[in-house]
Design a protein around this ligand. Sequence first.
Ligand code: FES
Length: 272
Amino acid sequence: MTAEPVETRTRYDAETLATLTTDAAAIMARYPDPRSGLLPMLHLVQSIDGYVSRDGILFCAEMLGITAAEVSAVATFYTQYKRHPNGTYTVGVCTNTLCAVMGGDAIFDELSEHLGVGHDETTDDGAITLERVECNAACDYAPVVMVNWEFFDNQTPGSATALADKLRLGEDVVPTRGAASVCSFKQMSRVLAGFNDGRADEGAGAGAPTLAGLRIARENDWRAPDASTSEPVAEPVETGPVGKPGSSAERPAATSSDTEVGKDKKPGEDAK
Ligand code: FES
C-alpha cells in the first residue's frame, strides 16, 4: 500500500518522502490512536537520517497532527534517539552496577582513550559512537558491551578494543548471543521501528549462565508449587516495628507520623 505524501515543510526529496510516508502510515495503523506510533516513527526517521533530524521531527509532527515541540519533547527524553548524526555502530559499554564492578568502567575508559572520544561522541571516521549504557538485562554475562544492541558478553578492555578495531576496519564481528551478525545503526533503527529484518530467530538467546537456575532445579527435581492445590498464603500479621535492640525500631513515638500510618505529611509539618 502506498500512502499519499503529506503537505510538508521537510526537505526530504520526493522519493524519500514517499517511502517515509508509506512506512509511517504502516506504523500508525498498528495503534488505535495513531499518535501512539511516535516512538517507532522516530526510529524510522533515524533509519533514514541516522539521527532525529529537524526534518524528521517536522515529518512526524505533520504525519501525526501534533506540534514539532511535542515531537521534540519525546525525542529528547529517550537516549536511544540521537540529536546528532550517529556513527555506523553504537558501541555501548554497560557501566551499571554489576558490569561496573566486573570491569565495565575499565572497558569504557580503555575504549574512550583508544578511540579518542567520550560518551555520546563519534570517531572522526564516523564508524563508532561510544556510549555508557544502562543495564541490558545481561548481568549474568557481565561486563557486557553492546554493538547496535547486539550482545558481546564477558568483555575485557582488550577484547573490547579489538572489537572496536574490527568495526572500524569494516570486518565482520559475531555477537556472543542472538543474531549472527551486526547490522548498521540505520538498519537497526528500521528494526526498532518494527520492520522485521528476518534475523530475530538467529542464534541462542539464553546461554548457560541464564539457564543455570533451571538446570539446578531440574537436577534436584525442584518444582514450583501447583497454584490450584497449594495452601492460600496467610495474610501478614501486623506486629509493629521490628529491629535489633538499640535500633531505630525501639525509638518511642515522637510525632503523629509515627502513629498515623499512611498519612502524608510535608517536611516540618509535625514541628508546628
Ligand atoms: S549491569 Fe550490565 S547488563 Fe546488567
